[in-house]
Design a protein around this ligand. Structure first.
Ligand code: SIN
Length: 309
């Protein structure tokens, strides 16, 4: 029988399929459609210290093979998440969940992470230093190796759970940021967040998004994500969670061959709410097709041409 299990920072996952933050809420709407306990885990809605209303609308723009979003970290705030969302989540999800945390200062990140670290349900904290849609926070930490490392150091000093740092692709040297985070104590790296992009409405001659720019996700970004996962996985000694345009079991396998221990699925959930369930169901047959018995055996298994020629 095909073995889909992987281990992420010391915690076993039944399979490596993880709905990405911002595309799965806190899971409740999806749990009405199927038993989400089939997932490896999921990364819940990016949470900040204070509740956030998010950016003005329009916040979404469609693109060929993808979409732009500029949500602006809309969320109910960490206290509400702990008081309301996590107890509710217990009724439909019984595995450790991944908490995704954003902030506007090092103190914000530390405050929010400390509160979430104390919650039994949470297995990992995904430290989002890569939101491209807010000013003075998010991506401004993740585009500077020292700033990213500063957040990681502050959070590691007051947490016990594995800290997975979610990186921005909007940099010239993603490996430098990943290495700085690893050196600061990160337990894992996840990548990529969205690529900064823009559309203009030809009739109004105004940007489609009220925030002018937004983050591109979907199949269009898959080759960029794969390249960055490959580069980072070959540079660090901590696990890498790959994401960016993954929408099939074939894509999952490609990401794992590039170096991903687990794989997040984002925009595909917005196209088809059953996307993650279907990928999990397709994986055994896809593994058979490529003669894979144990999925964890293929992590970083792609040979570069130098090695094969
Ligand atoms: C957003 O809320 O604007 C998207 C979150 C992210 O890209 O990190």
């Amino acid at each position: 029988m095909a073995d889909l299990s992987v281990e992420l920072c010391g915690i076993k996952l039944d399979n490596p399929v993880i709905p990405a933050s911002g595309t799965f809420g806190f899971g409740a709407e999806f749990a009405e459609l199927y038993d989400i306990n089939v997932l490896g885990t999921f990364s819940f809605k990016g949470t900040t210290r204070q509740p956030r209303f998010g950016n003005p609308t329009p916040r979404i723009a469609e693109c060929p093979a993808g979409m732009l979003n500029s949500v602006g970290l809309q969320n109910p705030g960490v206290e509400h998440v702990i008081a309301e969302e996590l107890p509710r989540m217990k009724t439909y999800f019984c595995k450790p969940v991944m908490a995704n945390v954003s902030g506007f200062s090092v103190e914000d990140y530390a405050y929010t992470c400390a509160l979430l670290d104390a919650q039994d349900q949470i297995g990992w904290i995904e430290l989002n230093v890569s939101c491209p849609n807010v000013h003075g926070g998010g991506m401004s930490f993740g585009t500077d190796p020292e700033a990213a490392a500063g957040v990681v150091r502050a959070v590691k000093a007051i947490t016990k759970k594995p800290i997975i740092v979610k990186l921005s692709p909007n940099v010239t040297d993603i490996v430098a940021v990943a290495l700085a985070c690893e050196k600061a104590g990160a337990d894992g790296i996840s990548l990529i967040n969205t690529l900064l992009g823009m559309r203009i409405d030809l009739k109004t001659r105004r940007p489609v998004l009220a925030n002018n720019t937004g983050g591109l996700s979907g199949p269009a970004v898959f080759p960029v994500a794969l390249r960055m996962v490959w580069q980072v996985a070959h540079a660090v000694d901590i696990p890498v969670v790959g994401m960016g345009g993954v929408s099939s079991a074939d894509d999952m396998i490609e990401m794992m061959l590039a170096g991903a221990t687990a794989v997040e699925v984002g925009a595909a959930n917005l196209v088809d709410p059953y996307a993650c369930r279907d990928i999990i169901n397709e994986l055994p047959e896809t593994m058979r097709k490529y003669k894979i018995e144990k999925l964890s055996d293929i992590i970083k298994g792609a040979n570069s041409w130098e090695k094969t020629l």
